[in-house]
Design a protein. Structure first.
Length: 280
């Protein structure tokens, strides 16, 4: 599933490519990707003729502001993609294209989703959190929210749980998942099962710095595309950050810091990767 750096990359691409454009036509194949709407006509009617005024990211959700005040919400789920296209016979739709938005100025935006866990829907800002209750309870955003490391330490102290479990809790910090939790913990030199309330001030500072630096670097590299190649950017290109991974999916390889062997463990039913030598 795309995490914060991948969704942030899409947000920045959309800001550059579609904000200011007006929707001429919307085509929908099947109801699964627009399942919150009663029918296709309802969804299409909320979009056609509207201008796109801006894009925000909240956790792993994209919020596209529409002329008139409504919001087009996009969530990628496990395999969703937003792809810019030209349209026409020379630009055939990829398999599993479920929504196509055509702009009056030319060009199209496709929502492609092989596994159909992702979705798009239109709502009002007031009703957004009713539709997606988790947005009402999102924790801080490590890219957008300004916070001191001492405040971060207070939040860690209050939660009293294991570090990886906490980093993946959207109510604590928005947008992180399996990949970046592992990478951040390696950057901080901390094990996944350390108790959040027992970190020293130096460890809190290291964790805070590792979080900010890892995410900023991942966005700079336009996210991580894994072996399934399901995450691509708006232009259909893979991210590069997987080449920079220090532990994730590197079981049996040498740690880039101490040359010990990266190991894989199960944490809450998910595969996690760490260096047993330099993460303590």
């Amino acid at each position: 599933m795309p995490e914060l750096p991948e969704v942030e990359t899409l947000k920045r691409d959309l800001e550059k490519e579609v904000v200011g454009k007006r929707i001429r036509q919307v085509e929908v194949t099947g109801m699964r990707s627009i399942r919150r709407h009663p029918n296709k006509k309802h969804f299409i009617g909320k979009l056609e003729g509207k201008k796109l005024n801006g894009v925000e990211r909240r956790g792993k959700y994209l919020l596209i502001k529409l002329e008139g005040g409504d919001v087009l919400v996009a969530h990628m789920g496990m395999s969703g993609q937003l792809l810019k296209g030209r349209g026409g016979a020379k630009d055939p739709a990829p398999k599993h294209t479920h929504v196509v938005v055509t702009f009056t100025q030319g060009g199209i935006l496709r929502f492609v989703d092989p596994r159909t866990f992702g979705e798009m829907f239109v709502t009002t800002p007031d009703e957004l959190e009713e539709h997606v209750p988790e947005l009402a309870h999102l924790g801080f955003d490590p890219l957008d929210d300004v916070m001191s490391w001492t405040r971060f330490g207070e939040l860690l102290q209050a939660r009293k749980t294991k570090l990886k479990t906490l980093l993946m809790d959207q109510r604590f910090v928005a947008g992180l998942g399996n990949i970046y939790s592992d990478e951040i913990l390696w950057g901080a030199g901390l094990r996944y099962d350390r108790a959040s309330e027992r970190l020293t001030s130096q460890e809190v500072r290291r964790l805070w710095r590792a979080m900010i630096e890892t995410l900023q670097e991942a966005v700079k590299h336009r996210g991580s595309s894994l072996a399934d190649e399901q995450y691509v950017d708006l232009y259909g290109k893979m991210g590069d950050y997987q080449k920079e991974h220090k532990v994730y999916d590197r079981e049996g390889q040498a740690c880039r810091r101490c040359r010990s062997t990266i190991t894989k463990v199960k944490v809450n039913g998910r595969s996690s990767f760490l260096c047993p030598q330099c993460q303590v």
